[in-house]
Design a protein around this ligand. Structure first.
Ligand SMILES: [Zn+2]
Length: 425
């Protein structure tokens, strides 16, 4: 992927001169200073939005977090609107804010307002801020705002075409996806690059995120007295067939880079049922099991990898053991991958340059295996994208005890602000 000529061309296409170790110019120094000055306000805003509970299903809470950010964005000249989604979708909708600028490259800044869990209030402990969403990703949305405010204070925000989209259902996207993600696709089609402020991981940025989908394996076999198993009349039963298929997934696809297939739940027996992620089963030891059902996920770095893996999985399924049948079904709600591209690499190089010039050290690409799927995958096929620009977090994401490093906010916002300034210059 690291094709230098392609990178150089794209860098030019993005309007980014990015000499390797240039100094900051006077404007950039002013931006960096304004970011640092904005730290107390950023911390106060983080506390305010973390203390508004906003798990995806709490649409009023998500909307309230959106209103808080909308107010801040309007204060620096953005016009804001709320994108409503159909009521049946049971999702809050999205906040969109536009600078209205016309000069230079058009940037789309992404983040989300919702959280997976709820209930942990903002709590400061030294340089750490604990609370639901501090790391994923209210901290990142605050870093985005801290960067924009600094650009505004330095007088370089006006006239730059910057669009902010904070989605209300990143953690559990409304279905159908075409409806809940359509507005983002529209904005991406009118943009030249997308920057997403999900949590930064160990000083890296993200040029690739794997896509994800779910699958269900349903297996049928003959039943009868257990002594008949392995025989021609009864065959192998459903449990052996399910085990064969899953073992073959690992044996034949398990070594492929960035491809993972995780069977998360399995039931089998004379009676077996699975609803979402909860199953029931029963079967006496002297009876051959006629039913087995398994469910799981699949993650992939490109649509090509997904297609190829699906084909091989189906081929494995079709090699049935005697007197068994099986079907493998994939869900409709796939999160597409953010496949690493030369355009994404170019953005990373520009961020790396900004970071070095700020004296903040180099920025490397995060291994795509170290991060789950995200909203940016829906638009990554349309334009150069970079993710992981938010605050540095810690603790288990999607689990109690998450925190963000308050001391990461200013450096991350400085990097992002100088990057945005250079991209739109
Ligand atoms: Zn997130």
């Amino acid at each position: 992927m690291r094709t230098r000529p392609g990178f150089a061309l794209l860098l030019v296409a993005l309007g980014c001169a990015a000499p390797a170790h240039a100094e900051l110019d006077r404007t950039e120094r002013a931006i960096a200073r304004h970011v640092a000055d904005g730290q107390p306000a950023a911390e106060a805003l983080l506390q305010r939005v973390v203390d508004i509970d906003s798990p995806t299903e709490n649409t009023a809470g998500v909307r309230a977090v959106g209103d808080a950010f909308a107010q801040e964005l309007r204060a620096i000249g953005f016009s804001t609107r709320w994108v409503e989604l159909p009521a049946g979708m049971k999702r809050a909708g999205h906040l969109v804010a536009e600078s209205g600028g016309k000069r230079g490259k058009r940037l789309l800044l992404l983040g989300h307002l919702d959280t997976v869990l709820s209930g942990e209030r903002f709590r400061r402990d030294g340089s750490r801020a604990y609370g639901t969403g501090t790391a994923d990703m209210k901290g990142g949305a605050v870093v985005m705002l801290q960067a924009l405010k600094a650009m505004h204070a330095a007088g370089v925000l006006e006239a730059r075409p910057i669009t902010v989209m904070l989605t209300g259902d990143e953690e559990d996207a409304g279905m159908p996806l075409a409806g809940s993600r359509g507005p983002m696709l529209e904005l991406a089609r009118d943009s030249d690059a997308a920057l997403s402020f999900e949590a930064a991981i160990d000083g890296t940025a993200t040029i690739g995120r794997r896509g994800i989908n779910s699958w269900t394996l349903e297996v049928k076999g003959e039943t009868g007295h257990s002594s008949g198993i392995f025989g021609a009349e009864r065959g192998s039963g459903a449990v052996y067939e399910a085990a064969r298929i899953l073992a073959a997934f690992q044996a034949e696809l398990g070594a492929e880079k960035y491809l993972t297939i995780n069977p998360s739940v399995i039931v089998g027996g004379t009676k077996a049922a699975l609803e979402d992620y909860r199953g029931t089963a029963e079967g006496k030891t002297n009876v051959i099991a006629p039913t087995a059902i398994a469910r799981g996920d699949i993650r992939y770095i490109s649509l090509e990898q997904e297609r190829s893996a699906r084909e091989r999985m189906q081929a494995i399924v079709e090699r049935h053991l005697p007197r068994t049948q099986a079907t493998l079904r994939f869900d409709d709600g796939a999160y597409p991958p953010m496949t690493p591209t030369p355009g994404n690499e170019a953005l990373l190089e520009a961020l790396d340059g900004a970071s070095r010039d700020l004296g903040l050290g180099p920025v490397a690409a995060l291994d795509p295996a170290d991060r789950g799927a995200g909203d940016i995958g829906f638009i990554a096929h349309l334009l150069p994208c970079l993710d992981g620009l938010g605050s540095g977090g810690g603790g288990n994401s999607h689990a109690p005890g998450e925190y963000t490093g308050l001391d990461t906010m200013t450096p991350m916002a400085q990097r992002a602000a100088v990057l945005m300034y250079r991209l739109t210059r």
